[in-house]
Design a protein around this ligand. Structure first.
Ligand code: BG6
Length: 489
């Protein structure tokens, strides 16, 4: 019998993401046969009470996605169980070990990372770290390189690297994987994917939500550690990496590590030119008044809720191509996109547009709110203009719209939760879409340099009004180089 143990099985991540993901997999018949799903948490409650809570959470989500089905739920319910445990105590974990027996066990730590080291040590003592066991670690693992290594050393003491699955849920998103398909399943883009044709790359992860009740966690991490160290650098790696020789975990991750190693360190002399910190003050978000971060927190803080960085990758392919990244809370849109801005034609025979510019090709890889990859190409504006006029046309390159592919309209598949793919892969032992130790290490190293440069230079967050695209300094970061952020209007 195979088992999936959800430590923190009654918590927010489990109820909002993991259990609904498992329901959807169940619904599609994708869960391994005989798999048991065991919630494990501190709360002394019966399995029936736990299952009732799971039912409520899963049903709400599945109904919203219009895939609620009693038969699927009955099958999932038959797999579910619960055990109250103190996961840091080997004694307390013994009954859990007895429950799962000697089959394959995947344990997901959806608990505070400050407990990771103690939990894995207890798991080893309780026989839950045997060769047929795997461990899935939710981010953030550590808050800097030093604390990452401390936790990861404890993990390495209990599990070997091929048993460890460090989650970055962005890698489970369909369009992120489609980026790999686009780059390495086609010949037409690769010759252009370098500094001869690309002017710059922009990565934006905008969120409308504020920090709210999460501030005790957030205040310690800030946007740099919460989003840039992981999600944004992972996206950057997938855009920038060399073609791997295979899709196996090591080939892909070797290439990503090379990118991270090539990131130019941010020095204290450069930090004000290449980075921006921001913090939202009261404003209007999605039509409603929104508090400032300091008010949510109850007192002033220097934590950034917005970060923008210009990253340079010092290698042959990307020399001279800046990668601009920005992310923040309380921005005007929930929007995640990667923009590949190509260079303009070397000599234009056409008139400039209303802004006095010759437009260049632009590829937009949109992850949220829609999942789509599009390419802007120049067309002749139809009509009898004396001088030929150009207009940009957006071509969609992905499944999200009718008439892509074979020309037939087809309803796009349901948008999956990123954890669906990742849970399946972890249970199957495929770590291609997970973060290897040396990757996390390099990402922390670079991020530590940024935060040390901030501390040394005394760079504090600039205010921005909730509901706007960050502080003016973020626009200046681009404007100084003669560029601007992509806008949707
Ligand atoms: C998490 C961060 O990793 O990602 C959150 O801790 C953030 O602060 C979330 O809101 C964003 O994920 P998504 O998939 O909604 O873009």
């Amino acid at each position: 019998m195979a088992a999936l143990i959800l430590f923190g099985g009654g918590g927010d991540l489990a109820m909002r993401m993991l259990l609904p993901s498992l329901y959807f997999l169940e619904h599609d018949g994708l869960l391994p046969e005989g798999l048991k799903i065991i919630g494990a948490a501190r709360s002394e409650e019966s399995a029936d009470d736990y299952i009732a809570k799971v039912h409520e959470a899963v049903k709400a989500r599945a109904e919203a996605d219009k895939v609620w089905n009693e038969a699927s739920w009955s099958r999932m319910k038959a797999r579910l169980d619960y055990l109250a445990v103190d996961a840091t105590s080997p004694e307390s974990l013994k009954p859990l070990k007895d429950k799962v027996g000697d089959g394959e066990v995947t344990s997901f730590l959806a608990v505070s990372p400050s407990l990771y080291a103690r939990i894995v040590t207890a798991m080893k003592a309780a026989g839950l770290a045997e060769k047929n066991c795997r461990i899935v670690l939710e981010k953030p693992v550590g808050r800097d390189l030093k604390s990452f290594l401390e936790i990861d050393d404890a993990v390495a003491h209990a599990f070997s690297e091929n048993q460890v699955f460090r989650i970055d849920h962005y890698l489970g998103k369909e369009t992120v994987q489609n980026l790999i398909a686009l780059r390495f399943g086609n010949t037409i883009f690769e010759p252009l994917w370098n500094n001869l044709s690309i002017d710059h790359v922009q990565i934006t992860i905008g969120e409308t939500v504020g920090v709210g009740d999460r501030w005790p966690y957030y205040d310690e991490y800030g946007a740099l550690r919460d989003m840039l160290q992981n999600h944004m650098l992972q996206l950057l790696c997938l855009v920038a990496m060399e073609p791997p020789s295979d899709l196996d975990p090591d080939s892909v991750r070797n290439e990503k590590v090379k990118v991270l190693r090539s990131l130019r360190p941010v020095t204290v002399d450069e930090v004000e030119r290449v980075t921006v910190r921001g913090q939202y003050v009261a404003g209007v978000s999605e039509g409603k008044p929104a508090k400032g971060y300091d008010e949510e927190r109850g007192q002033p803080s220097d934590t950034e809720t917005f970060v923008a960085v210009r990253a340079d990758i010092d290698n042959w392919r990307w020399a001279g191509v800046p990668f601009f990244m920005r992310t923040g809370k309380r921005l005007p849109e929930k929007r995640t996109e990667i923009v590949i801005q190509f260079k303009p034609v070397p000599h234009s025979i056409f008139d400039r547009d209303d802004r006095g510019e010759v437009q260049a090709n632009r590829m937009i890889i949109e992850l949220q709110p829609e999942e789509d990859i599009s390419l802007t190409v120049m067309n002749k504006r139809p009509g009898l203009d004396q001088r030929m006029q150009l207009q940009p046309i957006k071509m969609s390159l992905s499944w999200g719209v009718p008439n892509s592919g074979d020309g037939k309209s087809a309803a796009p598949p349901r948008r999956r939760i990123a954890y669906e793919r990742l849970l399946l892969d972890a249970m199957a032992g495929d770590s291609t879409l997970f973060v290897r130790r040396d990757e996390a290490e390099q990402a922390w190293k670079w991020v530590d340099e940024v935060s040390e440069a901030w501390a040394e230079s005394g760079l504090k967050p600039d205010d921005y009004v909730a509901g706007t695209w960050g502080p003016d300094s973020a626009d200046m970061l681009m404007a100084r180089t003669g560029r601007d952020w992509n806008t949707t209007d």
